[in-house]
Each structure stands twice: as C-alpha cells, then as structure tokens.
Design a protein around this ligand. Structure first.
Ligand SMILES: [Zn+2]
Length: 74
C-alpha cells in the first residue's frame, strides 16, 4: 500500500523491515523493538536499482528529526 515518503515527497510503496534490518535499526536507535517502522521502496536509480529506503511508521511520516535510511545489508 503506498504511503507518503517524506524524502521522496510523494506516495511510494513501503514494506516492513526484515529481521536483519530490524536488528540494524534496534542497534541504531538503542531500542528493543522497531516493528512499527516501514521502509520506502521507491527506486531512485533504475540502472542500479537503488532504493530510497527512508523510514517512517504507519502513523508518523517523519519520526526522526533527520531522515534515517536503512543501508543495504548483506
Ligand atoms: Zn522514499
């Protein structure tokens, strides 16, 4: 379901974080659980397939003062 992405400034598809991404974010934020976060899947560069990966929650389009993008984890 498309949701507004603050970084893209448009509605974009988002998905829940996988386990590795959740672990990364838990550590980044120093929190025990981060299940409310969704990651923007907008493709910024069609050649490389690079995605926006900006985070929001279901109810908050801008949960951080500065945007946090999830890195591509191996
Ligand atoms: Zn985005």
């Amino acid at each position: 379901m498309p949701m507004y992405c603050f970084t893209c400034d448009t509605d974009q598809p988002h998905r829940e974080l996988n386990r590795a991404e959740q672990s990364w974010l838990e550590e980044r934020l120093g929190r025990a659980a981060v299940r409310e976060f969704r990651m923007c899947e907008a493709v910024l560069d069609t050649e490389s397939g690079k995605q926006c990966r900006n985070l929001r929650t279901g109810g908050n389009k801008k949960p951080f003062a500065r945007p946090i993008r999830v890195p591509v984890l191996e």
